[in-house]
Write a protein that binds this ligand. Structure first.
Ligand code: GTP
Ligand code: MG
Length: 614
């Protein structure tokens, strides 16, 4: 099974190494600052891509949705070897909704590479990941990345990071962090901002020198915490984590300790380490190593695996609570059951429960209504990814409008508030300022460089509901918007409502070009001509306040009306297709989002227009 390269073939078997020659490091940063690309560079540098081997970009982004969207969703680890030191690298997501993925892996590393883009500098999620690293007592190695960019401003970025650490209460030791300047994409690093390096060795050397080896007691009784769960068709459930104490041996009987303190013995049937992109079978692993084991199906992230005669569970993994909640139920639309494979509430509930076992930042509440499940998460994107994953697996369901989760702090009801950074062409800064101020945003700073303006705000999560769509259209796709939950503050005002009404179909049938043509001046359509629609379905957005009922299947003889793209004589405006993220932001309380493997439709909860008010 060994698929390593020459440099690895000569090395000492991993089993025989002591913890001095081992480092466990997580790579953390704001979204897009280059974490996954840097891992490619490090794999290449240490020879784990064989020469001539065709490798995809960003190999750690191995999930389908990660590849399609070009973002990291799950934390994943790989191992490289450099001059006799084995380094486990944990790549983490930078998007705020997946912050729980960063939190859950920090317990198994002894150092972090904090990447900061040499142009963008400190961003909201930089602050979040630094705060979490400091809480874990870690001292970051600052990697000012993308130093190849001509507009780089490494010196200012270094000051920004220093100020951030001071603000977050870092210790003197943490403030004395090492700095490396790098270009992950070009595969070089340097200790000087002004001299580009030749390769990534300066970074590897700094990493090995500045990261402590894992604390390690190989002779004590076994302790191993499940940090990630995976699945393999042949092996079943895979459990990934770090051996905190003692040894793990294949074939050994060990005990799992659950959240409630219950214990369950099982036999370790397989044990693996990772080398580059391959899984390497192992006989044993010792304290300090990150490994994968099989042999137990029912396990939850945070459970400890202990020696069978010495139960000593580690503290559960603590992460920030979810901020939004949504209700999942079986699809009850007139088109229900036509496109999905798993339809019943029971199937949906089981699938959601399974998600919560492996995804620490998702919580499922079964409600008094047996057909409805409240799913709590860290943001709309996280929910959209869960929904997309389920529909690809064949599930069909409906969801309600997300709601913000309030918390009581010191007797006061509080709501989450977020750090928001909008980066837009200078001429558009006014409209962003107006709209966010109108949503209870407080402007913190505003800087213009090279005719791009960066505005930073603190805004309640509630106020941001539905804002992304508004921002995209206000900035015509030329703006960037980042948000990260910062904390909780007492509630100050009710949430804003959607400004524009829904266009609701009064009849079931096929949407006709004629009917669409007649309404398109007054609404933005969500469906193209020819689409099957049902009574009560939301087929567009009204251009005004208030809902509008419309007969979209009305036919009349077609003379000059043709579908878009067929002819110069285009009369039908292309429709705006419904995406999961935009739909979640758009929904109102009396509406539902219907999700099937083939379709995403919006509808009114009450199908009959005469029974709906307004
Ligand atoms: N100029 C330049 N661009 C880079 C560099 N490294 C990465 N990029 C680009 O930055 C973008 C994001 O890179 P990723 O490696 O996916 O960033 P990430 O931090 O893993 O992103 P998330 O996991 O989604 O948070 C891609 O378009 C890369 O091509 C670099 O060293 N220089
Ligand atoms: Mg990534």
């Amino acid at each position: 099974m060994h698929r390593g390269t020459a440099s690895l073939a000569d090395s000492v078997p991993i089993e025989n190494q002591n913890s001095e020659s081992r480092r466990n490091v997580a790579i953390i940063a704001h979204v897009d600052h280059g974490k996954t690309t840097l891992v490619d560079g490090l794999l290449r540098q240490t020879g784990l891509f064989r020469s001539g081997q065709e490798i995809a970009e960003r190999v750690m982004d191995s999930g389908d949705l990660e590849r399609e969207r070009g973002i990291t969703i799950l934390s994943k680890s790989t191992q490289i070897e450099y001059e006799g030191t084995h380094i486990s690298l944990v790549d983490t997501p930078g998007h705020a909704d997946f912050g729980g993925e960063v939190e859950r892996v920090l317990g198994m590393v002894d150092g972090v590479l904090l990447l900061v883009d040499a142009v963008e500098g400190v961003m909201p999620q930089t602050r979040f990941v630094v705060a979490k690293a400091l809480e874990h007592g870690l001292r970051p190695i600052l990697v000012i990345n993308k130093i190849d960019r001509p507009e780089q401003r490494a010196n200012e970025v270094l000051d920004e990071v220093f100020d951030l650490l001071v603000e977050l209460g870092a210790s003197d030791h943490q403030l004395d962090f090492p700095v490396v300047y790098a270009s992950g994409a070009n595969g070089y690093a340097s200790l000087e901002a002004t001299t580009p390096g030749e390769d990534l060795r300066p970074l590897l050397k700094t990493l090995i020198r500045e990261t402590p080896p894992p604390p390690c007691d190989p002779d004590g009784p076994l302790q191993f915490q499940a940090v990630t769960l995976g699945w393999d068709t042949f092996l079943g459930r895979l459990v990934i984590g770090r051996v905190e104490r003692g040894n793990l041996t294949r074939g050994e009987v060990v005990t799992r300790v659950t959240r409630t303190g219950k214990s369950e013995p099982f036999r370790i049937t397989k044990l693996f380490g990772t080398e580059g992109l391959s899984r390497i079978e192992r006989e044993s692993a010792r304290a300090g190593e990150i490994v994968i084991l099989a042999g137990i199906d029912s396990i939850e992230v945070g459970d400890t695996i202990c020696a069978k005669d010495f139960l000593d569970p580690l503290p559960r993994i603590e992460i920030d609570p979810p901020t939004i909640r949504i209700a999942f139920s079986a699809n009850s639309s007139p088109f229900a059951g036509k496109e999905g494979q798993f339809l019943t509430s029971r199937q949906i509930g089981d699938r959601l429960d399974r998600e919560a076992l492996s995804n620490v930042s998702i919580q499922i509440e079964h409600t008094a209504n047996l057909d409805q499940f409240q799913v709590a998460a860290r943001g709309e994107l996280q929910l959209a990814i869960l929904m997309e994953t389920m529909r690809r697996e064949g599930y069909e369901f409906s969801v309600s409008r997300p709601e913000i989760i309030e918390r009581e702090i010191d007797g006061k009801i509080c709501e989450p508030v977020e750090d928001v950074v909008a980066e837009v062409p200078e001429t558009l800064s006014g409209v962003v300022l107006d709209k966010l101020s109108g949503r209870r945003g407080v402007l913190k700073s505003m800087n213009t460089r090279d005719s791009r303006t960066q505005l930073t705000f603190v805004v309640p999560s509630r106020g941001l509901f539905g804002y992304r769509g508004v921002f995209l259209s206000d900035t015509r796709g030329e703006g960037l918007l980042y948000r990260t939950v910062r904390g909780y503050e007492p509630i100050s005002a009710p949430p804003p409502r959607r400004q524009l009404g829904a266009l609701v179909a009064t009849d079931t049938g096929q949407a006709t070009p004629y009917a669409i043509f007649n309404i398109q001046e007054r609404a933005t359509l969500f469906v193209p001509p020819g689409e099957n629609i049902y009574k009560g379905q939301i087929v567009g957005e009204n251009s005004r306040v208030g809902d509008m009922n419309v007969n979209l299947i009305k036919a009349k003889k077609l003379t000059n009306i043709r579908a878009a793209g067929k002819d110069d004589n285009t009369l039908i405006t292309p429709h705006r297709s419904v995406t999961l993220e935009r739909a979640l932001e758009w929904l109102e309380d009396d509406e539902l989002l219907e999700v099937t493997p083939k379709s995403i439709r919006l509808r009114k909860k009450i199908i009959n227009s005469d029974r709906r008010k307004g």
